[in-house]
Design a protein around this ligand. Structure first.
Ligand SMILES: [Fe+2]
Length: 377
């Protein structure tokens, strides 16, 4: 996630002084937090139900199919649940198919889209909400501020913590040519429901890898050249929460609460700064090999001690404490042209490198360097 343009990117001359053109970015306008607050979804949606014909569409991770959570979804007769597998990263094609399906089944535009799941489901919900009100294919909107019309009302309900997708103004999609976010003021959710109870039962490795996405957001934001007091204030809090969750022995419910808020603060931190080396290289892994975002970040981050020495040392302690063994040999069978594909994807993410290494980042990194890191993975 988090493919924001730096607030330092554009500068304009005012009088004799050069002042940065600060980014005016949207935040989630409504959020509810607390164990069991999912039960308030019905009353939250009620004021939006202005037509009896138009549905609310619930996009839900298919791991919840047949579970008690589904019976708690406040369905009206015309509403629809669409179960979606989060086994793979969200794709532009997948968004286009979902939009076509919804348009063909209902005469009226839906009243809202509700995404329930991890980063994949949240990103799909954001993208579908945008594309229901915009023409063409979703790949045409991958980039910065290309969305023309407001999205329809959309709600995000995370069931795993760490990606920060619940707060970000992007939805990262794998397209035919690139893995890139639809970054826009219309991407951000209108409502988020943070119910830590929903994260009960997440498999341990998935919990760890997704939590490390948040931890790496903090490290990359706090060690970046784009850092400012806004980002720092959120990043430091998120880092403190991550340390509590992954290095202390907390009660399970306290751990769930804290990781959910770490994800939120980590997302807020990168909203006004940027991620860095691990994310850039992880995008390459994901593009070529379909490696999931959280684990991809971990696979790269373990070898980034020269960029983030303290961050990697702490990461190793977390890995050890939770007995996580990262896969090995992921890149061992790759050809030179495979490496080139990953390197090109990684290096194309210029704002990430500029944040990590400064304006003259190209002098400090080379394709050979990236290849040597990928070869270790
Ligand atoms: Fe991330």
């Amino acid at each position: 996630m988090a493919m924001e343009v730096s607030n330092k990117e554009n500068e304009e001359q005012i009088g004799t002084e050069v002042t940065p053109n600060y980014r005016n970015f949207p935040m989630v306008p409504r959020v509810i937090f607390g164990n069991g607050c999912f039960n308030q979804l019905g009353e939250i949606l009620l004021p939006k139900r202005k037509s009896v014909e138009a549905p609310i569409i619930f996009l839900i991770d298919d791991v919840f199919e047949g579970t008690s959570l589904i019976s708690r979804v406040p369905l009206f007769p015309n509403d629809q649940i669409i179960f979606i597998s989060a086994e793979e990263e969200p794709k532009t094609d997948q968004v286009d198919i979902l939009v076509k399906q919804v348009r063909s089944e209902f005469k009226e535009l839906p009243l809202g889209i509700v995404g329930i799941g991890g980063g994949t489901l949240l990103d799909l919900a954001k993208a579908v909400a945008i594309m229901l009100n915009n023409k063409g294919k979703s790949e045409e909107y991958q980039g910065w501020d290309l969305v023309k019309k407001p999205s329809i009302y959309h709600v995000g309900i995370p069931t795993i913590s760490g990606t920060g997708a619940e707060v970000s103004r992007t939805t990262v999609l794998l397209g035919p040519e690139k893995k890139l976010g639809i970054n826009s003021d219309y991407t951000t959710f209108d409502q988020v429901i943070l119910d830590p109870d929903l994260t009960k039962g997440v498999p341990k490795e998935q919990w760890f890898y997704t939590g490390m996405d948040c931890y790496i957001h903090c490290v990359e934001s706090l060690n970046g050249t784009f850092l400012n007091a806004f980002s720092q204030s959120y990043g430091e809090k998120a880092l403190e929460l991550c340390k509590d969750v992954f290095l202390e022995d907390l009660e399970e419910s306290e751990s769930r609460d804290k990781l959910m808020m770490a994800s939120w603060h980590g997302g807020m931190s990168i909203a006004y700064s940027q991620v860095g080396v691990a994310h850039a290289m992880s995008y390459g892994l994901s593009y070529l090999l379909g490696v999931r975002h959280g684990i991809g970040n971990c696979l790269v981050f373990q070898y980034l001690e020269e960029f983030y020495p303290e961050g990697v040392a702490l990461f190793n302690k977390m890995i050890e404490k939770h007995n996580i063994s990262l896969p090995k040999g992921v890149c061992s069978d790759l050809t030179d042209s495979d490496f080139d594909i990953m390197i090109n994807v990684a290096l194309s993410l210029e704002p990430l490198w500029e944040n990590a290494l400064g304006a003259e980042w190209e002098k400090h990194i080379s394709p050979e360097k990236l290849k040597s890191i990928y070869q270790k993975i």
